[in-house]
Every structure is written in structure tokens, then in C-alpha cells.
Design a protein around this ligand. Structure first.
Ligand SMILES: Nc1ncnc2c1ncn2[C@@H]1O[C@H](COP(=O)(O)OS(=O)(=O)O)[C@@H](OP(=O)(O)O)[C@H]1O
Ligand SMILES: Nc1ncnc2c1ncn2[C@@H]1O[C@H](COP(=O)(O)OP(=O)(O)O)[C@@H](O)[C@H]1O
Length: 607
């Protein structure tokens, strides 16, 4: 049997969530027989011929944990192929916090959409939170298909709309299933109503989802929860592995002390010796040397350590109605096995999860609101970003006075800039410099000819005595942007940083020529706005070569690899490219010489 699959559901009551869960349990015959009999009786009494499966899941259990009510019901069921646990969280709008607490360890997010209503704010909100929580697999259940006559057109429309939204989130795996939870089509059994649908039923999909590789098996991390010392001769350190693999013989370093030693033996939860331990296993480690290790310390590899620091940036979701988050307030941070005093330094913005708009004027966060903060801790935290490690990247904030859990947090990284840093006005003004700079920004698909045109442009400018410098995306990804991948937010950061460097060049009097796919309009607009705010000119050039041509050229063989499934999320293949809405110049180098492209840009600059 495969590993246990943790499922989080999202969607409002009206979308049919209870019915869907009921149907999963009912058709897979995974619940108690007396429960079934009771439901059939009640349904008959109500004159319904289809058993009302919502009765199975109604009345969610309320759990009280440190002052907050979390309505999360855990339902276990199994098929011959796999065991499942569903964290059922009420979908009502104010229940964001339930989702945050119920879904933080989930492998799969089930997002319900009513086929008649389409992708509502609610679905977007849940998808956003599920992505923020790092849930790696999304299944969008397009429910109530029977009420739209199993229209393929409607299904495709919803799929397209959702896909467009999800592209801005970091969702590694996204699937869609058209269904009728009420009638049971495509939930457990494959229905016959939609011959155009070539996929499997939801349950079959859930049985097949591959989760073993979702855990971070690269960065070895063991936060020490307990020091076990039953007698003089044994000293063990117990905790839950939150990343990587530990084996006897491995060299490890103890943080924060920095002592290096070797794993002598590993013991499983039942006290049995084990040959290796990986997430999320509980393990006790015996070390070769008698180094000083205490609760809250962390074991990792000497050449792969977490961040150590007192200033972190994090996304937080506020979980209580009894108070609001305010910059300057003090809390306890519960992070791995540590409890540390901390204060909120800044609230950078509050996020509207429906529109993804960042409100930088926000002064606080109240119940269910999400925002980005910077946090200063009294002693250093040993942390990773949440994207890299859900264990060492998450924390909760506790109100010291009431002991209430007030927020759930996801670390985005070490604090980038600090409010203690002051801006120094330049002593040499732009007017005093011998040349005027600006930024020429070439955007387009891979292989469209950006670099070729950019290189020619640089050559011509320099030959004519004008300082110019080419900032090539590929090259920058070797150092400045070496830590970034190709998820939407990494691309955004890539564009932001490159834009910042271009601004410096332009400010210094050089023509900064940028060659970057930069697929999102919003990211390019942000760079333009930053230039305008600094009084610098920004020229957006769209290198508009059709995908077919780029793919035929395939200068680096990337398209072939993307088509073969070796590269995922490749722009133009399975990742979006948003063409510029209003660029200063459009080049169609497909039908010309690269030199013509450069000449066209030069002509524009001369104007
Ligand atoms: N998933 C995915 N999507 C797009 N491109 C990918 C990807 N993986 C690697 N590459 C190679 O990286 C080059 C694009 O990097 P950029 O920094 O310009 O991209 S972006 O602006 O951040 O989108 C691009 O090179 P160019 O062909 O020079 O554009 C690709 O060869
Ligand atoms: N008119 C043209 N302008 C630019 N490149 C062209 C043109 N015609 C053919 N090419 C070829 O297309 C390829 C574009 O690759 P490159 O400039 O690296 O693209 P990008 O930087 O956009 O990924 C090069 O091999 C280039 O020689």
C-alpha cells in the first residue's frame, strides 16, 4: 500500500463539499455500516431516493487549542491501494484560519467549483492559501456537472479560468475532474455522462498521486525535541526529521554551537535500530562524541546549513478575533522545537487573496487576514524558507499574556532590507555625469532572438561611443540570480532584481540592455514604475517571434526537452507568456536580420 495521503478540502458548503466527501466514503465503502444504515433511513424519511451523503459529514467537530476554535474534522478511509485522511475544513469565508491549521501538512488540496457558478472569489482564496501552504498537488473538482448538462464547453471554460489564476501561484501539479458528487459520477466510479472526458475518477487519481518525492530529501534537518538520558551510558537526541536523510556514519554539525560529530546509531519510535531516517519520521540519534546538545538545537550537514538569524521575513495569517497584529507588538515564536521572544518590526503589506493586490498602507491584520511582516527574535532562529522546508520554514505566534495562538507564519527568507538602513542621497547628480542612461528591456519567448538583438545593439552603441551594457538573463542566473528557479514568484524576483541593476546602470549614465523572458506584464510594469519613480526612461521592446519559429530554432534544445517532459513549466510550452500590452517597440525578427532589430531600437532611441 502506498503512503498515507493527506487531503485538504476547500470550497464552500454550497459547492457540495460535504456531499463529495460523503460520496468518497460511501462509494469506496470505507465507513461504518451502522452509519450508512442511519443515513439511508433518514434520507428515506425525508423522501429522498439518493441517500443524503452530506449527513455523513455535517456537524464538524470543534477542537479547542489554546484559545482558538479550529473546526477541522479528520476522516480516515482506505482502499486496497492506499490509506487516506481528509482534513475537512468549513469553507465559509471567515474560516481561512481553519484551512491554515487543517491544511498545513496536506499532500493534496481538493478545490471544489460549482460548474454553474464558475471560479468564485472563494475558490481563488482557497487556492491561494493552499499554494501559500505549499500543498504540492491540486485537484479542482468541477462539481454539479449534471446541472450544466455535462457541457464540455463549460468545463473547459472553468478549467481555463482556474488555470490562468493558478499560473500566478506556485502550484507544481494541477488536475481537473468534472463530476457530480450527488450522483457519484467520476468520484469513485467513472461516470458515463461525459464521454469527452479522458481522465480518471477522483478516487483513482488520489490513489495514483505520487507523493514520495514531495518531501525535501536534500537538506538534512533534525530539530532536537528531547534529550533522552535514561542512564549514564546512553544519551540520545529525539526529534522528527524535517528534511534530508540521516544514516549512521553521517557527519553532522550541531547548531547553533557548531560542533561537528558523526551519527553513531539511529533508533526508531519503538526503540528499534534503524538504518536511515527521512521526513517525516520520528527518530532518536546517538552521536559519536559527547557534545553538548539541547532541546531547540538542530542537526544538519556541515556543508548544508539552514539560515541562522534574528531577522526574518514571513507571510502570516492572523488567527484570532481577540486582537489584531500591529507593528511593534511582542510575541512568542514557536518554531520547530524552540520558543523564542520576538517583536514584529514591520507590516510590509496586507494581501487581498482574491485579487493578489498588496495593500502597503495597511496598519494591522485582523482575523483571517494575510500579510507580510518582518520579525525580530531575541535569539537566533535556525530556519529555511517555507518553500524549501515546511518544517523549518513555519512558525506560530503566541500571545505571551493569554497563551493564545494568534498567527500562523511561513518564512519567506532572511530579512531583505531593514528599516535601520537609511537612504543616502547621491552627491554626484545625474546632470553632472557625462552621459545619460536609460533601460532597454527586451522581452519575448526563449529563442525569440532577444540576446541576439541585444548583443548587436550593445555592439553598435559602444561602437558609436555611447556607454552600453548587456544584462543577459541567462548570465545573471549564474550569479546574482543563481538562487532562483522558474516558478512565477521566482521569475518575478528575477525581473525585480534585474530591473534594480538596470536602474543603477541607467543612473550611472549607461544604456542598460536587458534580455529576459520576463513573461508577466505585472512584473515588467513594476520595473517600469520603479524607473519612472527614479526619473529614468524605460523602453519595453517586445521581440515577437511566434512560438513555432522559436521552437524550430531551439538554439539550446530546451523546447525539445520541455516537450519530452524533461523540463516542467517551460515558457510557451506549459507556462504562460503575457505579451506586452503597450510596448514602445515590437520587433518581428522572424522575418528579418537581427541587425534590423538593433537598428530599429537605435532609431527609436535617437528619437
Ligand atoms: N522553465 C523554464 N522556462 C523558461 N526558460 C527556462 C526554463 N528553464 C530553463 N530556462 C532557460 O532559462 C532562460 C530564461 O531565463 P530568464 O531569466 O530570461 O527567464 S525569466 O525572465 O525569469 O522568465 C531561457 O534562456 P533564453 O533562451 O536565453 O531565453 C531558457 O533557456
Ligand atoms: N531576425 C533575427 N533576430 C534575432 N535572432 C534571429 C533572427 N533570425 C534568426 N535568429 C536566430 O534565432 C536564435 C535566437 O536565439 P537567442 O537570441 O539566444 O534568443 P533568446 O535570447 O530570446 O532566447 C539565434 O540562433 C539567432 O541566430
Amino acid at each position: 500500500m502506498g503512503p498515507l495521503l493527506r487531503i485538504a478540502t476547500a470550497g464552500s458548503v454550497d459547492d457540495g463539499k460535504s456531499t463529495l466527501i460523503g460520496r468518497l466514503l460511501y462509494d469506496s465503502k470505507a465507513f461504518f455500516v451502522d452509519q450508512l444504515a442511519a443515513i439511508e433511513r433518514t434520507s428515506r424519511e425525508r423522501g429522498e431516493d439518493v441517500p443524503n451523503l452530506a449527513l455523513l459529514t455535517d456537524g464538524l467537530r470543534a477542537e479547542r487549542e489554546q484559545g482558538i476554535t479550529i473546526d477541522v474534522a479528520h476522516r480516515y478511509f482506505a482502499t486496497p491501494r492506499r490509506k487516506f485522511v481528509i482534513a475537512d475544513t468549513p469553507g465559509h469565508v471567515q474560516y481561512t484560519r481553519n484551512m491554515v491549521t487543517g491544511a498545513s501538512t496536506a499532500d493534496v488540496a481538493l478545490i471544489l467549483v460549482d460548474a454553474r457558478k464558475g471560479v468564485l472569489e472563494q475558490s481563488r482564496r482557497h487556492a491561494f492559501i493552499a499554494a501559500l501552504l505549499g500543498i504540492p498537488h491540486f485537484v479542482v473538482c468541477v462539481n454539479k456537472m449534471d446541472l450544466v448538462g455535462w457541457s464540455q464547453e463549460r468545463y473547459d471554460e472553468i478549467r481555463e479560468e482556474f488555470r490562468r489564476f493558478a499560473m500566478r501561484l506556485d502550484v507544481p501539479d494541477l488536475s481537473f475532474v468534472p463530476m457530480s458528487a450527488l450522483n457519484g459520477d467520476n468520484v469513485v466510479n467513472r461516470g458515463t455522462e461525459a464521454p469527452w472526458y479522458e481522465g480518471t475518477s477522483l478516487l483513482h487519481h488520489l490513489e495514483e498521486v505520487h507523493v514520495a518525492s514531495d518531501h525535501n530529501l536534500i537538506d538534512a534537518r533534525l530539530p532536537v525535541q528531547y534529550v533522552i538520558r535514561p542512564h549514564q551510558d546512553f544519551r540520545g537526541y529525539a526529534g522528527t526529521v524535517s528534511g534530508g536523510v540521516f544514516r549512521p556514519g553521517d557527519e553532522v554539525v550541531v547548531l547553533p554551537s557548531g560542533f561537528t560529530t558523526v551519527v553513531e546509531r539511529l533508533w526508531g519510535p519503538g526503540g528499534e535500530p534503524v538504518a536511515e531516517a527521512f521526513p517525516p519520521q520520528a527518530v532518536t540519534v546517538e552521536l559519536a562524541d559527547h557534545v553538548d546538545v539541547s532541546r531547540g538545537d538542530l542537526l544538519c550537514r556541515p556543508n548544508n546549513r539552514p539560515h541562522v538569524g534574528q531577522d526574518v521575513d514571513a507571510m502570516v495569517c492572523w488567527l484570532t478575533e481577540r486582537s489584531t497584529l500591529k507593528p511593534g507588538a511582542k510575541y512568542l515564536v514557536k518554531h520547530t522545537s524552540q520558543l523564542v521572544k520576538a517583536s514584529v518590526r514591520t507590516l510590509d503589506y496586507r494581501l487581498d487573496v482574491n485579487t493578489l493586490h498588496r495593500d502597503e498602507t495597511a496598519t494591522g491584520l485582523s482575523l483571517n487576514e494575510i500579510g507580510r511582516i518582518s520579525l525580530h527574535t531575541q535569539t537566533p532562529l535556525l530556519f529555511d524558507s517555507y518553500r524549501r522546508n515546511r518544517g523549518t520554514g513555519s512558525f506560530v505566534l503566541v500571545d505571551e499574556a493569554t497563551n493564545d495562538t494568534v498567527a500562523a507564519g511561513m518564512i519567506t527568507g532572511p530579512r531583505v532590507s531593514s528599516s535601520n538602513v537609511v537612504w543616502h542621497a547621491p552627491t554626484v547628480t545625474r546632470e553632472q555625469r557625462p552621459t545619460r542612461g536609460l533601460t532597454v528591456w527586451l522581452t519575448g519567448l526563449s529563442g525569440s532572438g532577444k540576446s541576439t538583438v541585444a548583443a548587436e545593439l550593445e555592439r553598435r552603441l559602444v561602437a558609436s561611443g555611447r556607454p552600453a551594457y548587456l544584462l543577459d538573463g541567462d548570465n545573471l542566473r549564474h550569479d546574482l540570480n543563481a538562487d532562483l528557479g522558474f516558478a512565477a514568484d521566482d521569475r518575478a524576483e528575477n525581473v525585480r532584481r534585474t530591473g534594480a541593476v538596470a536602474r543603477l546602470f541607467a543612473d550611472a549614465g549607461t544604456v542598460a540592455i536587458v534580455s529576459l523572458i520576463s513573461p508577466y506584464q505585472a512584473d515588467r510594469d513594476a520595473v517600469r514604475a520603479a524607473h519612472e519613480a527614479a526619473g529614468l526612461e524605460f523602453v519595453e521592446v517586445f521581440v515577437d517571434t511566434p512560438l513555432e519559429i522559436c521552437e524550430r530554432r531551439d538554439p539550446k534544445g530546451m523546447y525539445a526537452r520541455a516537450r519530452a517532459g524533461e523540463i516542467r513549466g517551460f515558457t510557451g510550452v506549459d507556462d504562460p507568456y503575457e505579451a506586452p500590452v503597450d510596448p514602445e517597440l515590437v520587433l518581428r525578427p522572424a522575418d528579418g536580420d537581427p541587425a534590423d532589430g538593433a537598428a530599429a531600437v537605435l532609431a527609436l532611441l535617437d528619437r
